[in-house]
Design a protein around this ligand. Structure first.
Ligand code: ZN
Length: 430
């Protein structure tokens, strides 16, 4: 009996995993695949390290050494301050007193290990990952520790994000999308690199290992609380975390021991870059057509630069729109000022610093409390997707990954991009 199969959310076709598959073979509109595990019971393997304690619900046949796992706890002071009874925090970051040991201080640490463990050990090709910052840091760290070849592409604005408490190993190569590039330009460049022999894409939201890695946050919350939460709050750039949270709640429902609650998703974007919030307000399946310059200007204004994907998996079957529909979800637009206030509140009441994205999520929760979208007694989980970085920077000396090369947004989108990329790859891998 196989541990899992992959199921197309549009046509229902099922596939045995070849460990690289990102989409359905049938000719239809874009759709995500979902992992369907044969064993529906959640077993938490406390003897495994990090995220692999949820290995039964990860599409992997091996484990990597890794300490990163989400930590759920019940809030006392913030709970009281907000007038709530049952606020739980899923903390993803560095907070030794809570046993939260994510060495990149971000929940992207939960994605990288399963994605890498899904790839067969005898693979000889090089993984290519595009990131706005946090994801890149996570992949660079895990690949470096495990000597796995990686080409990482990020917009130059995110270069300060690629750090590690240990020196980086040679297996990790950084290429920058420079000039006026943003995350989408980095995705375009990464995609062009994967057209060369010997390279393959990580896949982002389409990679089931990435989603199931992020989904461990809700598995952890369900396991800790003993039931499926009523409400789930998270800030989103691509929305992949929101999709993963929903899939996780479905798995908990299938297990049968956690109730049959339909967990309501509350996803937040950082004003003024709010394409998904804007579309969902009107229940539009398609995102507004975004003017590139206008979007880049808006992205420059947001406090949380990781929340900046111009082409998120919103309309795709099984994507953010479908997930919000299924969960009767809500979306929020949170201003920088609200996010900053929320970060201060969290630090004051809970005692740890947060990433701006987590501030956006808490800002959304405060809006929901005010507008009574959540009840006082409801079981609410707040996914603090990153935090404790200030403390981490005090406790460790950080090493920064140096770029191997860079291409401007004009070069990336030009006719002779392929030639330029080829010469860079020839220099990296002579
Ligand atoms: Zn299909």
């Amino acid at each position: 009996m196989t541990k899992y199969n992959l199921e197309c959310l549009h046509c229902g076709a099922t596939y045995e995993d070849d460990f690289y598959r990102l989409k359905c073979d049938n000719d239809h509109k874009p759709s995500l695949l979902r992992t369907v595990y044969t064993n529906k019971k959640l077993t938490v393997h406390e003897n495994q390290t990090g995220v692999f304690k949820f290995m039964d619900f990860l599409p992997v046949s091996r484990v990597l050494q890794n300490k990163s796992a989400p930590v759920t706890y019940k809030s006392e002071k913030l709970n009281k301050f907000l007038g709530l009874q049952n606020l739980y925090i899923i903390f993803n970051g560095y907070w030794p007193e809570k046993k939260a040991m994510l060495y990149t201080a971000s929940f992207k640490d939960l994605e990288a290990p399963p994605v890498l463990a899904r790839i067969p050990e005898d693979n000889t090709n090089t993984l290519v990952v595009a990131s706005a910052g946090n994801t890149g840091r996570a992949f660079a760290n895990v690949c470096s520790q495990n000597n796995i070849p990686l080409v990482l592409v990020i917009p130059e604005s995110g270069i300060e994000e690629i750090w590690s408490p240990q020196p980086f190993n040679d297996s990790v190569k950084l290429i920058l999308a420079s000039g006026r590039s943003d995350y989408l330009d980095a995705i375009t460049l990464a995609s062009k690199i994967t057209e060369f022999d010997g390279f393959f894409p990580e896949g982002g939201a389409a990679n089931v290992a990435r989603r199931d890695g992020m989904a461990t946050t809700v598995l952890d919350a369900g396991h800790h609380i003993g039931q499926i939460p009523d409400h789930y709050f998270q800030a989103v750039g691509s929305g992949t975390g929101g999709i993963a949270a929903w899939e996780s709640a479905l798995r908990l429902a299938e297990d049968g021991s956690y109730g049959k609650n339909r967990m309501r998703l509350h996803l937040a974007q950082n004003y003024p870059f709010t394409p998904m919030s804007d579309a969902w307000k009107n229940r539009e399946r398609n995102l507004p057509i975004l003017d590139e310059n206008e979007s880049k200007e808006k992205i420059r204004q947001i406090a949380s630069h990781v929340l900046s994907n111009r082409k998120p998996p919103y309309s795709v079957v099984g994507g953010v729109y479908d997930t919000l529909s299924a969960s009767n979800g809500l979306m929020y637009s949170v201003k920088n000022r609200e996010a900053e206030e929320a970060m201060e509140l969290f630090e004051q009441y809970e005692g740890c610093d947060l990433h701006p994205a987590s501030g956006v999520a808490l800002g959304a929760l405060r809006q929901a409390v005010k507008s009574q979208q959540v009840g006082k007694d409801d079981i609410i989980v707040l996914n603090a997707t990153g935090g404790g970085e200030r403390r981490f920077r005090r406790d460790f000396h950080l090493h920064y990954l140096q770029p191997f090369s860079r291409l401007t947004d004009e070069e990336i989108n030009s006719q002779d991009a392929t030639k330029k990329i080829e010469s860079i790859l020839n220099l990296i891998y002579p």
